[in-house]
Design a protein around this ligand. Structure first.
Ligand SMILES: [Fe+2]
Length: 228
């Protein structure tokens, strides 16, 4: 009996630690693995940039988001819910929550087998909205090239179900309630210098031209269908 009581006492001493371990394991955001190698997007995006971008930058946003949410009511919310109510959160949640979400999407809308043009309903909507795929490419690239400083360009489905091109500063995105143009993003490009500087230095337009060679239109179409 004494032995059992001793055992129980030991376990009870560890209970807070166990809760903390379980919480940190199941109630936090995790850095997703890339589904392709760091060199998978070569020569358009170089392996070293991908490694630093994913392992250091995206990992940093993920860890800092978890820290910023620790002990708050939002710790168990989805990232989409947090972003849709970002005006109620701290600057740290805004910057790192945006950084977390944006990069998760960025890795998925690129592929070693990417490039070319979309097909099916997405292709039809792009032509209907922008006039042609080339005209869309020009508008999207211009939004990305002219975003001053750091930020992102987006292709979104807006509340009325229409496609639109927009851009946001820093790690903001169209999901946020503070966004000037809101909608469901289906394609994004990161125009922070950390996304291209090693290979392209200050030549952002050249990076954008090459980005079109790695766009995963299958994934973008999937997101388009889900958002409609
Ligand atoms: Fe980035």
């Amino acid at each position: 009996m004494k032995f059992i009581l001793q055992k129980l006492k030991i376990w009870s001493n560890f209970t807070p630690l166990l809760i903390l371990i379980i919480k940190s394991k199941y109630m936090s955001f995790t850095l997703p693995d890339l589904t392709y190698g760091f060199n998978g997007l070569e020569p358009h995006i170089d392996a070293r940039t991908m490694e630093i971008h994913h392992d250091l930058h995206h990992n940093g946003y993920t860890n800092n988001l978890n820290k910023a949410l620790e002990g708050t009511d939002a710790a168990n919310s989805s990232i989409e819910d947090i972003l849709a109510n970002i005006s109620n959160h701290s600057g740290a949640v805004r910057n790192n929550g945006g950084g977390y979400y944006n990069h998760c999407m960025f890795w998925e809308v690129m592929s070693p087998n990417g490039g070319g043009e979309p097909t099916g309903a997405l292709a039809e909507d792009i032509t209907a909205k922008f006039g042609s795929f080339e005209a869309f490419k020009t508008e999207f690239s211009a939004a990305a090239a002219t975003r001053f400083g750091s930020g992102w360009a987006w292709l979104i489905v807006d509340a009325t179900g229409n496609l639109a091109v927009t851009s946001t500063a820093n790690q903001d995105n169209p999901v946020m309630d503070i966004a000037e143009v809101k909608g469901t993003p289906i394609l994004c490009v990161d125009v922070w210098e950390h996304a291209y500087y090693l290979k392209y230095q200050n030549r952002r337009p050249e990076y954008l031209t090459n980005f079109f060679n790695v766009i995963n239109w299958t994934e973008v179409s999937k997101r388009f269908e889900a958002a409609k």
